[in-house]
Design a protein around this ligand. Structure first.
Ligand code: ADP
Length: 465
């Protein structure tokens, strides 16, 4: 016999084994054996008595009727014991199969009691753990009604675990950005809001959707992080602003000096170099200032003017076609598609992508410029080239300030390293996003996607058709 199927004798007399299939079979046969032994002995006794008194058939009939009634009585006792709660102390004394039923009920009850205790223990462990977390955790059902919240939720969002249970969360946090974020269907969406009780703290709220048809919100206090971010922005903006005036003065004097006739060649060369470097500094300062402006609050949903993108793109491409006759431009522009926004910012974003497509590709490159609506009703501006492409490892960092793939080539071509950062922020200010795809050796595609609510009303219809 294998070690894992060794027999065990329980104190109730039932023979068990570790092998479940064997266990069932052996327990069944032992109980049945007891029942059969009892029945046969009584049957023989009834027959003997019947033969003695001369009525064997009647005695046997009487015995079988009695036996059936006795079985029914035993069953009834088990059933009424179960009905009254099946407590161990009140278990009916029985034997054979009914005893086995009683034992099985005992075992199941013991097991479920253990399970309940284990569940209670882990639930209270979870509650005390979640209660001690510094971040607020709120569990919402499908209708965004609060089902559970921890202690930090009271501190950060003024949501009380008992008082506010069953309330819709957007009735308690009443800001349009929060309501919009709640309805958003993207994974791990995030929103920054002010603390409802005191506006001096900034919170970030993250959403973990569809955990067993529940939504979990996690809110954290990021006031310190936001302050550092604001300080950095203000510092860069102020420094750029402060540099602007002295630079203008320097460039003015340089121009004056360059206009002098009696300069020898070495001085002229030096002045030309200083002048070109000061132009670079001016470009960087101007672009940093532009970025500071773009980093301000996003445009309101109704803010801006209707921008005819197709016409604007044509005015950008025309001078580039002249300046770079070695490149071929192919345009696919939807004239019926306009968006609501800042023309200056959109111009800057679109033009940066076009200039890059010329700047970082070689002669003979084809540049495809598209302005069209996407299958899901968004508006998309894309610039695709069949140039050298960019290695995958650079793509996530490409729109960071001053990040360049080839610093030498960028500087040589007059790049500041800020172009794509400006594009990203300009697009984000319009509620959109910048996507970059590239395959080394095959080319790159930069796509700015604008949300459906930016497409002006008359054209929304066209997008839905
Ligand atoms: P820069 O001012 O240097 O052009 P950008 O932020 O516009 O800075 O671009 C960042 C880097 O991305 C560039 O230095 C360049 O190496 C790379 N890049 C941008 N566009 C393309 C493109 N179409 N093809 C290949 N590389 C590109």
């Amino acid at each position: 016999m294998p070690a894992d199927s060794a027999h065990i004798i329980h104190n109730n007399g039932i023979i068990g084994t570790h092998d479940p299939s064997l266990q069932r079979h052996i327990m069944f046969s032992v109980n049945l054996k007891t029942e059969l032994t009892l029945f046969c002995s009584a049957w023989v006794l009834a027959l003997v008595v019947g033969l003695i008194i001369g009525w064997p058939a009647c005695t046997l009939l009487l015995f079988v009727t009695g036996y059936v009634l006795w079985q029914l009585y035993r069953m009834e006792r088990v059933v009424s014991w179960l009905r009254s709660g099946g407590k161990a102390a009140r278990a009916p004394h029985s034997l054979g199969l009914t005893d086995e039923i009683v034992q099985l009920v005992h075992r199941e009850k013991k097991y479920s009691r253990k399970q309940k205790n284990r569940f209670r223990r882990s639930s209270s462990q979870f509650k005390s753990l979640a209660g001690s977390l510094p971040d607020a955790i709120i569990v919402l059902d499908n209708d965004f009604e609060i089902r559970w919240s921890n202690a930090a939720a009271l501190l950060l969002l003024n949501i009380h675990s008992e008082r506010d249970n069953g309330q819709r969360i957007d009735n308690l946090i009443r800001t349009p950005e929060f309501s919009e974020f709640l309805e958003e269907d993207t994974e791990n969406a995030e929103v920054e809001i002010q603390r409802p009780t005191t506006a001096d703290r900034i919170l970030t709220v993250r959403k973990v959707p569809n955990v067993n048809r529940m939504t979990v919100l996690i809110a954290a206090d990021i006031t310190q992080r936001v302050r550092v971010r604001e300080m950095r922005k203000a510092f860069v903006g102020n420094v750029s602003h402060e540099l602007r005036t002295p630079l203008t003065v320097i460039r003015g004097y340089l121009e004056m000096l360059q206009e002098q006739d009696n300069l020898d060649t070495a001085v002229k060369d030096a002045l030309r170099e200083v002048s070109s470097q000061s132009d670079r500094m001016r470009d960087i300062v101007e672009e940093l200032l532009e970025l500071s402006k773009l980093e301000a609050n996003p445009l309101g949903s109704n803010e801006g003017e209707s921008v005819h993108m197709a016409a604007m793109i044509r005015t950008m491409v025309a001078p580039l076609e002249k300046a770079a006759p070695t490149h071929r431009f192919e345009l696919e522009l939807d004239d019926s598609l306009a968006i609501l926004g800042s023309e200056r910012e959109l111009y800057s974003a679109c033009n940066n992508l076009l200039v890059n497509a010329v700047r970082y590709t070689d002669a003979g490159t084809t540049i495809k410029v598209r302005w069209q609506s996407t299958a899901d009703g968004m508006a998309s501006y894309s610039v695709e080239d069949d140039g050298p492409g960019i290695e995958l490892r650079h793509l996530p960092r490409l729109s960071e300030r001053f990040y360049r793939v080839d610093t030498g080539r960028s500087r040589e071509q007059g790049g500041t390293g800020l172009g794509l950062a400006i594009v990203k922020h300009a697009v984000q200010r319009h509620g959109g996003s910048l996507e970059i795809q590239s395959t080394p050796g095959s080319g790159s595609q930069f796509t700015a996607l604008f949300p459906i609510n930016r497409i002006v009303p008359a054209l929304k219809k066209a997008a839905n058709q």
